[in-house]
Design a protein around this ligand. Structure first.
Ligand SMILES: NC(=O)c1ccc[n+]([C@@H]2O[C@H](COP(=O)([O-])OP(=O)(O)OC[C@H]3O[C@@H](n4cnc5c(N)ncnc54)[C@H](OP(=O)(O)O)[C@@H]3O)[C@@H](O)[C@H]2O)c1
Length: 254
């Protein structure tokens, strides 16, 4: 498996799964654009870590929740690397847990603006610099296909977030069909519960029990567990996979 000398943009690489993915890509020889929204310091730390191991990386900022965030990120990407991008990992995302009654229009709009609109227009804006052999990996979620948590009107759930991931998986299949003739592959990875800031419920015993209760493998998933699969899917070893969603969830909800 190699990503030697490929240019990769990884969104939301300041923390969590995106950060681990940036490090995995650099380990495999890729040149990495470490995108961030607010966490400038964390992004610079990731860049320094990659460079200290002899890799090439640069931090790049854009708020993907704003209407022009995706276009801004695409234009900054072009300024940084020129007119060819090998891999886009669309990882940046936000989540929200609430009872149905607790959701506001602002919550809903923010989830869709960041997770769906930001990704949709980032792909649109970057396509002119992607070509035969390029590929896109979208970080989805187990929530796109399965109901997670304990269903109940009084229980918090992530249904609005989960629906953004369902939308992304639909887009992945459409993009894969449309871009296949150009030799561009598009896939999703669908993590289960992964220990990051987003899943801080796993820091309580009860939250940990919920996560482990649905998994065949009895430990919490780590960002690196997802990163290694993203690196494989983005590599030429996965050249015959497109339009797929790969579960990376320790055998959840079997
Ligand atoms: N953790 C899990 O259990 C889990 C499970 C399934 C799927 N996922 C998915 O995996 C992906 C990464 O999640 P994570 O767990 O690593 O979350 P995380 O630790 O909270 O990191 C989220 C990343 O997304 C970026 N981001 C969020 N909003 C942004 C915005 N408006 N503009 C630009 N960047 C933004 C953040 O950047 P800044 O901090 O720089 O703003 C950060 O780098 C997400 O798509 C998530 O839905 C996570």
């Amino acid at each position: 498996m190699t990503l030697e000398n490929k240019w990769a943009l990884i969104t939301g690489a300041s923390r969590g799964i995106g950060r681990a993915t940036a490090l995995a890509f650099a380990r495999e020889g890729a040149h990495v654009l470490v995108h961030y929204g607010r966490s400038a310091k964390e992004a610079e730390t990731a860049v320094s870590e990659i460079r200290s191991k002899g890799g090439q990386a640069e931090a790049i900022q854009a708020d993907l929740s704003t209407p022009d965030g995706a276009a801004l990120l695409a234009s900054r990407t072009r300024s940084a690397i020129g007119d060819h991008l090998d891999v886009l990992v669309a990882n940046a995302g936000v989540s929200k847990a609430s009872r149905i009654a607790g959701y506001t229009v602002e919550d809903f709009d923010n989830l869709y603006a960041t997770n769906v609109r930001g990704t949709f227009f980032l792909v649109q804006q970057l396509l002119p610099i992607m070509s035969e052999g390029s590929n896109i990996v979208v970080v989805s979620s187990i929530g796109a296909r399965f109901v997670v948590g304990v269903p109940g009107l009084e229980n918090p759930s992530i249904l609005a977030y989960a629906s953004t991931k369902g939308a992304l998986e639909t887009l992945v299949r459409n993009w894969a069909a449309i871009l296949g003739p150009q030799g561009i592959r598009v896939n999703a990875v669908a993590p289960g519960v992964i220990e990051t800031d987003m899943s801080n419920f796993t820091k309580t015993d009860a939250g940990r029990e919920v996560a482990l209760g649905m998994q065949a493998l009895k430990r919490l998933g780590k960002p690196e567990d997802v990163a290694d699969v993203v690196a494989f899917i983005a590599s030429d070893n996965a050249r015959w996979i497109t339009g797929a969603s790969i579960p990376v969830d320790g055998g959840s909800k079997l």
